[in-house]
Design a protein around this ligand. Structure first.
Ligand SMILES: [Zn+2]
Length: 194
């Protein structure tokens, strides 16, 4: 993944975040604020600096905010167990564009994989807030991100045996799950593994 890093200065020493188990999605509630604006606002709130770990622009670029290994300030009562992602825009009023949505899905997949996360929430599902906005397609994001865990994309050189062994399945079970009549598979084929 490509990230844009900023040399952000945090006021206080940040506390270490141990193994996050959830991703919380936010919007900036502002059409054009960038990551540096949010960093400045959050400092003005009296926080150490930007409370989100990632900030995704409408151009799909992913900016690093608070270091990924430190506790964020984005969702009261859940900061110690979650990573916070914020999207530029106000999705009470506008729609998320495809480039920005794809970037979010890619980032979520990457983080879910890295930390074995399977819970993705909108801020408003945890706290009383309209964030990330009425127009935000939370279900679509969840479906697209979490679906990858149920599937395996066949790579060149894979065999049913190697895949079955990797997922602790029998070849027969793998064939059953996918309605395969023989052991022939091809690269980029999507196999169910659950
Ligand atoms: Zn929020």
């Amino acid at each position: 993944m490509n990230f844009i890093e900023h040399d952000l200065n945090f006021k206080n020493k940040l506390k270490k975040l141990n193994k996050p188990s959830m991703i919380v999605i936010h919007h900036a509630a502002h059409a054009s604020a960038n990551v540096l604006d949010v960093h400045r606002w959050h400092k003005q709130n009296g926080w150490s600096g930007i409370g989100y770990h990632f900030y995704i622009g409408k151009d799909g670029q992913i900016h690093k905010g608070r270091p990924e290994n430190s506790i964020g300030a984005h969702c009261k009562d859940y900061n110690k167990v979650s990573l916070g992602i914020c999207l530029q825009g106000n999705f009470q009023l506008e729609e998320v564009n495809k480039i920005q949505l794809d970037a979010l899905i890619g980032l979520c997949q990457c983080l879910c994989d890295k930390y074995s996360i399977s819970t993705i929430k909108g801020h408003g599902e945890l706290k009383s807030t309209s964030c990330p906005g009425l127009n935000f397609p939370l279900m679509k994001v969840r479906q697209r991100v979490l679906r990858m865990f149920d599937n395996y994309i066949v790579k060149a050189g894979d065999t049913l045996w190697s895949i079955a062994r990797h997922y602790n399945l029998t070849v027969l079970r793998l064939m059953e799950l996918n309605g395969l009549k023989d052991s022939l598979i091809y690269p980029n084929q999507i196999l169910k593994i659950i």
